[in-house]
Design a protein around this ligand. Structure first.
Ligand SMILES: Cc1cc2nc3c(=O)[nH]c(=O)nc-3n(C[C@H](O)[C@H](O)[C@H](O)COP(=O)(O)O)c2cc1C
Ligand SMILES: [Fe+2]
Ligand SMILES: [Fe+2]
Length: 400
């Protein structure tokens, strides 16, 4: 057994590396691959596994476990999260060791039944439950929605290790195992947070509050480097990245507009004026040369989102859809919306964008409005009134 898998006496990394991966889960670009981290914890009485790996890497995973000891002497596996990048080798594990006991959350148990077509010896754990392995204790800390409903952390108090599942991870495959052995991967760490964790900021704050006061010497996440350089900083840093946006004195509205010929922009100006009449702070952003990071930050601050979209080729144009796609990557503060835009003959865009907002559970207090080509004075007046009505709604919401 090579020493480089040992995290501390009795705790081993049983993960696999995938340095050549270019896109994780067909979704996220990776500059330096990823790792699927899993762990083995050996007490004097029992041996436990923490998670497995993606199915395609099962052979390597089982080879590693065999090097650490006989598979049939492993008593239990903790499933912190059932996503296939961590549970992919579980079915084979059960086939190889049918007596193995599975410890997981209620949601994970339900998901496993959908994912694995094999009888499962599951034990549903609750917050704070412990398993004594003999000199090593596994304590479960529920962390739902980081990033799936099934998620939990496992804490090993004797060694002060937090097995944190996808939280505090990074899609980054370095040479060694620990963060202090690697080049700077802070860009990957932040990107991972932004793409995977950011939609769940409230849940992150809850989870961080549960672990912030625990003594932690090592954070063992499910992807990327094991964090031992400054694990507390990693935990508190998540709290900072997930902090609630600054409070504003007034309700705030974001207007996102695309307007190739300027007509929708004229409408946006009138909508803005209407909102401001009701004391709403308005932020206007153009969707040409979209500032994605800025829009995401603003979506988390604003109480309402107004979208100005022309109809192009019987649809809302791609930049509008791209902006609307950002909504599922953040924790929006308010879910109040409205849509307006100019069109020439068929005018589908406003309705389609409204459907998107409604599908994301936005309230649309005022039905969308659209006008043909250049808005007339009456049309501009209608836009002003549209803004006033949304403004009145927001002002009323704040009072109530
Ligand atoms: C490439 C292109 C395709 C268009 N396709 C449609 C369409 O399918 N249906 C429609 O109602 N208007 C269509 N229009 C007309 C625009 O919606 C109209 O010119 C509108 O006033 C543009 O708004 P804007 O001034 O905010 O850019 C199209 C315009 C362009 C430039
Ligand atoms: Fe995951
Ligand atoms: Fe994962």
């Amino acid at each position: 057994m090579s020493i480089d898998r040992e995290i501390c006496p009795g705790v081993f990394w049983t993960g696999v590396k995938n340095p050549g991966l270019k896109i994780f889960d067909e979704l996220f670009l990776t500059r330096k691959g990823t790792t699927y981290n899993a762990y083995l914890v050996r007490g004097t009485e029992k041996v436990a596994l923490i998670d497995t790996v993606k199915e395609a890497f099962s052979d390597e995973y089982f080879q590693t476990i065999d090097q650490l000891g006989p598979l049939d002497k492993i008593d239990l596996v903790v499933v912190n999260h059932t996503e296939p990048d961590h549970s992919g080798a579980l079915e084979e594990l059960i086939q190889r060791n049918p007596n193995i006991q599975i410890y997981c959350t209620r949601a994970a148990e339900n998901f496993l039944k959908q994912l694995i077509d094999t009888p499962l010896n599951t034990h549903v754990v609750s917050e704070g439950d412990e398993i004594d392995l003999g000199g090593k204790t596994l304590r479960f800390i529920l962390a739902p929605n980081l990033h799936w409903p099934d998620t939990m952390f496992t804490y090993l108090p004797e060694d002060e290790i937090l097995f944190s599942c996808d939280a505090f991870g990074a899609h980054y495959c370095g040479e060694g195992l620990f963060d202090d052995e690697m080049e700077d991967f802070s860009g990957e760490y932040r990107f991972y947070f932004d793409t995977i964790m950011r939609p769940f900021k409230e849940k992150i704050r809850e989870a961080v509050a549960k672990v912030a006061s625990l003594p932690v010497k090592v954070v063992c996440p499910s992807h990327g480097p094991v964090l031992r350089r400054d694990p507390k900083k990693a935990i508190l840093g998540y709290g900072e990245m997930a902090a609630a946006p600054p409070l504003s004195d007034h309700p705030r509205a974001l207007i996102l507009t695309l307007s190739p010929h300027g007509n929708t922009r004229t409408m946006a100006g009138a909508v803005r004026k209407g909102l401001e009449e009701y004391g709403i702070d308005v932020v206007d952003m153009a969707l040409v040369d979209m500032d994605e990071a800025g829009i995401r930050d603003e979506l988390e601050r604003c109480d309402a989102l107004l979208v100005g979209t022309p109809t192009i080729n019987r649809d809302a144009p791609p930049p509008v859809w791209k902006a609307l796609a950002l909504l599922s990557t953040v924790t929006p503060k308010g879910r109040v919306g409205g849509v307006f835009g100019s069109y020439g003959w068929s005018g589908e865009a406003v309705k389609l964008a409204e459907e998107r907002l409604a599908g994301l559970k936005y309230t649309l207090p005022v039905p969308g409005i659209h006008f043909r080509f250049k808005p007339t004075d009456d049309d501009v007046q209608a836009c002003l009134e549209f803004g006033q009505k949304v403004g009145r709604f927001l002002a009323g919401e704040q009072e109530s």
